[in-house]
Design a protein around this ligand. Structure first.
Ligand SMILES: [Zn+2]
Length: 436
């Protein structure tokens, strides 16, 4: 079953994890007890468009009660609730459906970033096929042992406070107003970005994308705004030290009123349900109830420490938002590093590109675990001749990458090209796609 027994194609043996290393890691894992994960949530509603999802008993392997993980998510809907409720119902299944079966825990965690991208895009595509308007932000958090994986589109956020007292932002901010890179991407794909024009020549409010006037550059749904508002999530994966930490997941109703530092310090020492209520109360008190204001607090603590002590204040850098993570790491071998530094939050993965060719590709040796002739987005099984390489584009048929997986079905390829502003065969509206 190991790849080294395969014939034919040249295998990159230097990328393989030696069996001894794998066994050592499994042994290390058993030595480190799993954390106690507790949570609480609170909401003060104005429009009724914020939704949450909490599942604490998900199984990596069906029927194996020992391989469990938890999911915590916030969906902040706009222009209706259909996209938010549809995503809450379907996203997790779509993500899990994109992970090959029979992976060990390390492989499962390494496969997760790509599966999150596939699951988000499939959910968006399926929802759009229902022809309903509305859209939603998604902040989707998977806690597996001490590893936290966050996938996000839109402007809800996930903040981590480590037990050492440092604060990390685990989600991206896809507001056009504060993300120049996204403004450029949307513009390059044919969207127009500008402020609301009141008619008298004065432009007011945040940057918006036209047509539609959405302030976000990524979301699920929003088919009426344009395909360049993409569902491809920013994904960040970190490993906490065995001292643990606290996650604060909130909609923009909280973050428009409170800085991450203020949210964290305002609920120190409180159990998660009280903490979540305090964050919502602080936000509403500060700005008034201007928007749906929702918060989930998740504590990830060593089993003996569930008493929620205030974190030590002696450490340097406490209470200051840290952005020490490398901007982009395609270092898919980060999981191979050993666990020799117990006291720091370790980044395992971060990627935010909107390009599916970058997000669905993988250099990780387990790439052969993904079935070659299955659509990398919707998991449709295809005949070998049906799949189209994710590296292909209709204007670039001579590219040698055409023969390289992962592959997409024609429907998902069409979705990809639309998201990248390249759709040419869209029922006659093919004019004006000459921006390249
Ligand atoms: Zn597909």
């Amino acid at each position: 079953m190991s790849a080294s027994t395969r014939n034919g194609q040249h295998q990159q043996h230097q990328n393989m994890i030696p069996l001894g290393e794998l066994l050592k890691r499994e042994a290390d894992d058993e030595k480190v007890e799993n954390p106690e994960v507790t949570h609480g949530q609170a909401n003060h509603s104005k429009k009724g468009e914020d939704f949450t999802m909490v599942k604490t008993d998900c199984e990596r392997l069906t029927g194996d009660g020992s391989a469990t993980f938890s999911v915590f998510a916030i969906f902040d809907g706009h222009n209706g609730t259909a996209a938010a409720t549809y995503t809450r119902e379907n996203l997790l299944n779509n993500v899990l459906g994109a992970i090959p079966s029979d992976l060990n825990r390390h492989e499962w965690l390494a496969a997760l970033p790509r599966a999150l991208v596939a699951g988000f895009v499939k959910t968006d595509k399926d929802f759009q096929e229902r022809g309903q308007t509305s859209g939603t932000t998604v902040t989707f958090v998977i806690v597996d042992g001490w590893v936290v994986s966050v996938a996000s589109v839109g402007d809800s956020r996930c903040v981590l406070e480590s037990a050492e007292g440092s604060i990390y932002l685990l989600s991206a901010d896809h507001r056009l107003d504060c993300n120049e890179e996204e403004v450029q991407r949307v513009t390059a794909c044919g969207g127009e970005v500008g402020r609301l024009n009141t008619g008298g020549g004065a432009a007011i409010g945040p940057l918006r994308c036209w047509p539609g006037g959405l302030c976000l550059s990524r979301s699920i749904g929003d088919m009426d705004v344009g395909e360049f508002i993409v569902p491809v999530p920013h994904v960040k994966q970190v490993q906490l030290s065995t001292a643990g930490g606290r996650l604060i997941i909130s909609s923009d109703g909280v973050w428009d009123a409170l800085s991450p530092e203020a949210a964290v310090s305002g609920c120190h020492g409180m159990p998660p349900d009280t903490a979540a209520a305090k964050v919502v109360k602080d936000a509403v008190q500060y700005k008034g109830l201007r928007d749906d204001t929702t918060c989930i607090v998740v504590d990830i603590l060593p089993p003996e420490k569930v008493e929620h002590p205030a974190p030590p204040s002696k450490k340097q850098g406490k209470g200051v938002l840290k952005s020490i993570f490398r901007k982009r790491t395609s270092d898919s071998h980060a999981l191979e590093k050993d666990y020799s530094e117990p006291d720091v939050v370790k980044e395992l993965y971060e990627e935010g590109s909107a390009m599916l060719a970058e997000r669905l590709d993988t250099n990780y040796p387990l790439s052969m675990a993904f079935k070659l002739f299955t659509c990398a987005v919707c998991q449709l099984e295809m005949k070998p001749t049906e799949g189209i390489s994710v590296h292909a584009s209709s204007s670039d048929t001579a590219n040698f990458c055409l023969w390289r997986g992962p592959f997409l079905c024609s429907s998902c390829l069409s979705k990809k090209e639309a998201m990248e502003g390249k759709r040419v065969s869209d029922g006659g509206s093919s004019s004006g796609s000459a921006s390249e």
